[in-house]
Design a protein around this ligand. Structure first.
Ligand code: ATP
Length: 67
């Protein structure tokens, strides 16, 4: 089967950046299609990106997911 992350089922890779990979994903409860960014933890830590990454993680999780 496909990889699941919470209620999201991961699909194909849409693109890759320096610190992250972006994959197509689908909310299995609502059918909503989204893009999920998967951060490379080692690269984030190595380049001291925590200050940039943490605020956007907190805001995206609270705005896009009311549960
Ligand atoms: N919402 C999205 N929908 C579809 N594809 C996306 C989305 N966000 C990013 N991508 C794809 O994933 C790639 C990587 O995105 P990411 O934001 O990690 O890196 P970047 O900003 O393009 O590059 P870098 O991190 O090196 O500055 C993008 O170049 C794009 O192809």
């Amino acid at each position: 089967g496909r990889t699941r992350v919470g209620r999201y089922e991961l699909g194909r890779t849409l693109g890759e950046g320096t610190f992250a990979k972006v994959k197509f994903a689908r909310n299995v409860e609502t059918g909503e299609n989204v893009a999920i960014k998967i951060l490379d933890k080692d690269k984030v830590l190595k380049h001291k990106m925590i200050a940039q990454v943490l605020p956007s993680c907190l805001s995206s999780s609270s705005s896009s997911d009311p549960t």
